[in-house]
Each structure stands twice: as C-alpha cells, then as structure tokens.
Design a protein around this ligand. Structure first.
Ligand code: NAD
Length: 386
C-alpha cells in the first residue's frame, strides 16, 4: 500500500513537538508532505522539524488545501479555529485528524461531523491518553470481568502544569474563553473522555463546581461528576500541584493507577497499577512509566496509526467526531452546571446558547444572579447589578 500523505495545519507546540515526530515514527505508513501556519516563524520551525522544502509549506492554508497530493489534514490550531479548517478540508475530500477538544463550541463540532459524513471522509480526534499503557490495561482489566461491574471511576488531575502556547502566536489563548472554550477542564478534557472510556457507557448528565485564580476569565479548578446511567465518574482537574491518579471501583474489586509522588499524568510518570479483590491486592505487570515527552510521543504515534487503519477502511478511529462531540458537550455541560448549580443532561439542546456558543453562551443563559461565577467574572459573566 502506498504511504498516506499528511499535511499539518498549525505549527505550534503540539504539532512540532509531537505530531510531526509521530508521523516520522511511522515512515512506512505516513509521509509528511506539507504544512501551513500564518505565523512565519512557526511555519519555519515546523518546516525544519518536518524536513520539508520551502515550496511545500504555506502561510495561507488555502494554498495547502488546494493541493491534490495530500490525503489527510491534521489540524493542530487552537480549538476555536478547528471548524473552518475542518470544513474546508472535508470539502476537498481530504481525511481529517483534529486536535482535542474537537472545537470550542458544540455547534461547530456537530457541523464538522456532518461535513465529514457528507464528504465521506474520516474525522478522527486526538484523544491520545486512550493509548497510555495503564489506560489500555485498565480497560482490558474491566473487560476481563475480574473486578465485576464498574460503579465509579475517579480521574484526578489536580496537578496540571499551566503551559503557555507558542511564542510568536498568542501564548495566552488558553485563558481567553472565546478561543479556548474554557479553562483547565477544557484543556484537559482528556479526563472527561478517560472517565467515559472506563465507565464504558456514554455520559448522559453532568454536575460540577469550578473556581478560578483572581483576575482570570477561565477556571483553574473543576470538580465534575459525570453520570453514565447508574455509573458515575469523578473528574477533578486543576492547574497547580494537586493530586493525580485514576481509580476504578467495581462490584467485586477496584483497580488504581498510581503516578510518581501521587502526581498528575502525564507530568508525573505512571508508577504502578494495583488490583484489589477478595483474594487480595496484586500489581499488574506493565512496563515502567515514561516521562511526558516520550509518553505523549508514543501515544500520538499509536493514535495516528489508528487513524491510518480507519483511512484504510479498517473500522472507525478510536475517537471519531461524534464521540468527541459528546465529550465536548459533557465539558460545556460542566460549566453550565457550575454556573447554575443544577445537573445538566446531555445532549445539550441544539437551539440553546450553550450548544451554539459554548461556554461564552452562559452570558445568554439563565444563570442565577447569585452565581459565584458571576462574582468571579468567568466566561464573560458579570454581576447582575453591574
Ligand atoms: N492532545 C494533546 O495532548 C495536546 C497537547 C497540547 C495541545 N493540544 C491541542 O492542540 C491545539 C494547539 O495547541 P498548541 O499548544 O500547539 O498551541 P500553540 O499556541 O502552541 O500553537 C498554535 C499554532 O496555531 C497557529 N495558527 C493560528 N491560526 C492558524 C490558522 N488559521 N491556520 C493555521 N495555523 C494557525 C499559530 O500560528 C501557532 O503556531 C489545541 O487545540 C490544544 O488543545 C493537545
């Protein structure tokens, strides 16, 4: 089979540090044939990393999309820009891999899913933490039946490092709710899809609480409960030095993934996976955990391999557009719950402000006058008397 020709759009941190190396790690499957980024210095950094000639890279994405020697577009821009790029790629019949979150706004995600279906192209989303070895082992353990029926899953990520975007573009875009769609929870919605994956059923309702650092327009801490029928996940995400870990509690036992010094993955490497049943506690035999760089690199290599299989007609990608849309909706629902104090059910109504505008749609929603989020000034909410 001939190699899949991929072009990367957006040459920021994630593209240069991880996506380009992921494709280069699979030289028999992929060939990087192009890049696009309107920021010249980022384009040049990307060009060097990918080893491309100047005529293969573009400051205008339209020039890249007009090429007929590209099979897949890999969108690595901030999420508020994903929709237009994905729609434009799909129209030209190119398959798409897009970074997480699929979009900042659920309506954008839905449009992307429809466009890919119409064009008959694969729409895959980079939910790379699904490929972490301990996550794969946890899912296999649950499937084996050893610990019985899953009841609760806890994903603790309260020690997330607050990293800026690439210098040369907008390093602080993650703190702008119109660009990011939310704060640490949106950035680390990895925790939401991990919880759903381990619960083994789609999230159907969410309730949450958030808090923020003084002066920030997005949350720095989010404690969420995601419901999937009678199963419940707790997803706790925060910037700082809080605790990390993943625990699955089931009818006949539990499984717990531990990370270095109780830290948060992927900054703290995986240490051990323990399984406790009536017969005692054992440690699952897994390779030593990796530091962040090689861990993410391997998980992205495995993700793009999965995308290659989907493009070759071997089933859907592990995270397709529809799954990623649901995870995005669950994340936006967490913000709505934190603002209103109510449990928010999924799917979000398509004619509602949250679906159409994401977290900034809260400003047009029924948020109580005494909501703490108004006092904090999050997501464009203001005090009612202001
Ligand atoms: N899966 C993961 O583990 C992971 C890790 C980091 C980031 N991400 C995601 O990757 C995306 C990018 O994050 P980042 O940290 O690399 O951001 P970044 O700020 O480092 O880079 C963004 C890049 O996009 C470029 N860009 C802006 N507008 C563009 C356009 N219209 N067309 C093409 N390029 C454009 C900028 O010039 C910049 O080079 C985000 O959606 C983020 O959530 C995922």
């Amino acid at each position: 089979m001939s190699r899949i020709r991929v072009a990367v759009v957006g040459c920021g941190n994630v593209a240069v540090n991880f996506h380009v190396p992921a494709y280069r790690a699979l030289p028999e499957t992929y060939e990087i044939v192009g890049l696009a980024d309107p920021t010249p210095e980022r384009l040049e950094i990307g060009r060097e990393a990918a080893g491309l000639r100047p005529e293969q890279v573009h400051t205008d994405v339209a020039d890249l999309l007009a090429r007929d020697d590209v099979d897949v577009i890999d969108v690595c821009t901030p999420q508020h820009l994903h929709r237009d790029l994905v729609l434009a790629a799909a129209v030209t019949g190119k398959h798409v891999l897009v970074e997480k979150p699929i979009a900042a706004v659920p309506a954008d995600a839905a449009e992307m899913v429809r466009a890919a279906r119409r064009a008959g192209v694969v729409l895959a989303v980079m939910h790379n933490y699904l490929f972490f070895p301990e996550v794969v082992a946890l899912r296999a353990l649950i499937d084996s039946g050893e610990i019985g029926e899953v009841r609760t899953v806890t994903v603790d990520m309260q020690g997330v490092v607050d990293s800026p975007g690439a210098a040369g573009y907008r390093p602080e875009w993650r703190k702008d709710p119109a660009a990011s769609g939310g704060g640490v929870l949106m950035d680390m919605l990895h925790g939401v899809y991990l919880a759903e994956h381990l619960l083994g059923a789609p999230i159907d309702a969410v309730d949450a609480w958030v808090d923020a650092a003084e002066g920030d327009a997005v949350e720095s801490l989010a404690l969420c409960r995601v419901h999937a029928g009678r199963r419940v996940g707790m997803v706790n995400v925060g910037w700082g030095l809080g605790q990390g870990g993943v625990a699955v509690n089931a009818s006949q036992g539990r499984a717990v993934a531990h990370y270095r010094e109780d830290g948060t993955m992927p900054w703290a490497p995986f240490e051990r996976l323990t399984v406790t049943t009536e017969t005692g506690t054992r440690t699952v035999d897994l390779p030593a955990g990796q530091e962040l760089g090689p861990l993410i690199a391997d998980a992205m290599r495995d993700t793009v391999a999965d995308v290659a299989a989907a493009i070759s007609g071997d089933g859907s990608p592990v995270a397709d557009g529809a799954a990623a849309d649901r995870i995005l909706q669950a994340t936006v629902a967490a913000y709505a719950s934190a603002a209103t104090g109510r449990v928010v059910t999924l799917p979000l109504p398509v004619d509602g402000a949250l679906h159409r505008r994401g977290v900034v749609g809260l400003a047009d929603s029924d948020v109580p006058t005494d909501s703490a989020l108004r006092t904090l000034g999050l997501y464009g909410l203001t005090r009612k008397d202001a």
